[in-house]
Design a protein around this ligand. Structure first.
Ligand SMILES: *[C@@H]1O[C@H](CO)[C@@H](O)[C@H](O)[C@H]1NC(C)=O
Ligand SMILES: *[C@@H]1O[C@H](CO)[C@@H](O)[C@H](O)[C@H]1NC(C)=O
Ligand SMILES: *[C@@H]1O[C@H](CO)[C@@H](O)[C@H](O)[C@H]1NC(C)=O
Length: 375
């Protein structure tokens, strides 16, 4: 009896010894591997992030990372910039395709964004073998020199598409047609057609001085503290290339939207503030995005907009006395830049990044403190 119990108790141990732990054999560590390329300056970077996105574990200002823990298993990106960054990621002896489907890539899942100026690729990678158990100490971000001569625009775009930014629903948007321009965005505000310039005063004489003795207007505050705050709009339905062929999204698959000015509170009237901006503009749709087999992607537009600070104010109507005052606290007007300045098209790849046609968001970061003509 006792022996029997003892044997039973031993049994699992025997089994464990006979078959090495599958958990140990398949141990992996998930990291994000990010590749950034400035296509104009050829500046590049690779960064390895922990899964929380809180720490940088590896870093290189080139398309290859082969230092520290990655000496024996270098990380290399081979991409085709003319095909919007399609290509491969090699880690040691493994080469993966840059794709969002783990079954097609060979085990990694990647999103990517490609603009005429930049390419950014971000892959969730299960590191295995020595790299899974290697000591990957977080690097002090302050010690990392920037790999780029200018700021990297697609960084903010990618993190916004990952969910940090609330999108305006597609239903808030209207397709642009020549007869019917619709302001875009939930914060767009219509102004009532009041004419404050004084004809009525002349026609109605001094009676207007009793009913409406003030002229209301909106004015720039100081230099307006201009910033670039583009509006990003998805111009096409998501497209998936067939299993055995690449495909493309061009102007015939993409719409043009009208992007109108918007404001923090209702202004008495739209003003340009002296900047090269206009009340509304079309995004256009003249861009082509190239996809590899089974790529899931869409065209987006970054519509250049200038944010400037204004306030509502009043002054006495001519002939109705004197005086002037301020009617509101300071607020911001966002207006599209003339001639599409500072705008660009880009291509977004991967189910985690592509949204619905018409989805849009306003970038309100203060990263670009200048007017429509640039720094
Ligand atoms: C990626 O790998 C595939 C298969 O080996 C190859 O055909 C393709 O040319 C590679 N792409 C790049 C950009 O290196
Ligand atoms: C990958 O293939 C496996 C097995 O066929 C399947 O269960 C899984 O859903 C696939 N994953 C994706 C992302 O398609
Ligand atoms: C407002 O009144 C001024 C002065 O008479 C006139 O020149 C202007 O055309 C009017 N504007 C509108 C929008 O009616």
């Amino acid at each position: 009896m006792r022996l029997h119990q003892a044997l039973l108790a031993l049994l699992p141990v025997v089994i464990t010894l006979a078959a090495p732990s599958p958990a140990l054999e398949r141990q992996t560590r998930d990291v994000y591997i990010v590749h950034q390329v400035n296509r104009l300056t050829s500046d590049t970077a690779i960064e390895i992030w922990n899964q929380d996105g809180t720490e940088i574990l590896g870093y290189s200002c080139s398309a290859e990372l082969s230092s520290g823990a990655f000496q024996d298993s270098p990380i290399t990106f081979d991409i085709d910039a003319n095909r919007d960054g399609a290509g491969n990621l090699t880690i040691g002896a493994h080469t993966y395709a840059i794709h969002d489907d783990v079954n097609l890539s060979g085990g990694i899942s990647c999103g990517r964004i490609s603009s005429p100026g930049e390419i950014m690729i971000k892959c969730l990678v299960p590191l295995s073998g020595d790299l899974a158990s290697a000591e990957l100490a977080p690097l002090n971000k302050r010690d990392l020199a920037s790999c780029f001569q200018k700021s990297f625009d697609l960084l903010q775009v990618m993190s916004s598409l990952e969910g940090g930014t609330e999108m305006t629903a597609a239903s808030e948007l209207q397709e642009f047609t020549a007869e019917h321009e619709v302001e875009l965005g939930q914060d767009a505000i219509d102004i009532e057609g009041h004419n404050h310039t004084g004809t009525l005063a002349q026609r109605q004489g001094t009676r207007l001085c009793e009913t409406s003795p003030r002229i209301h207007f909106t004015e720039r505050v100081g230099n307006g503290n201009p910033h670039q705050n583009p509006r990003h709009v998805q111009l096409s339905e998501p497209m998936e290339c067939p299993p055995n062929n690449g495909c493309e999204i061009g102007h015939s698959n993409a719409r043009s939207y009208s992007v109108g000015w918007s404001a923090g509170i209702s202004p008495f009237g739209w003003i340009s503030g002296g900047f090269a901006v206009q009340e509304t503009i079309e995004t256009g749709n003249t861009h082509t995005c190239y996809g590899s087999p089974r790529d899931f992607f869409a065209i987006w537009k970054c519509q250049g907009q200038t944010a400037y600070t204004v306030r509502n104010a009043w002054r006495a109507r001519p002939g109705c006395g004197t005086g002037s005052g301020i009617s509101s606290s300071n607020f911001v007007i966002w207006s599209p830049n003339e001639q599409n300045r500072q705008g660009f098209y880009y291509c977004v790849y991967g189910r985690n990044y592509v949204r619905a046609i018409g989805d849009n968001w306003l970038d309100t970061t203060d990263a670009y403190p200048w007017g429509p003509l640039g720094p």
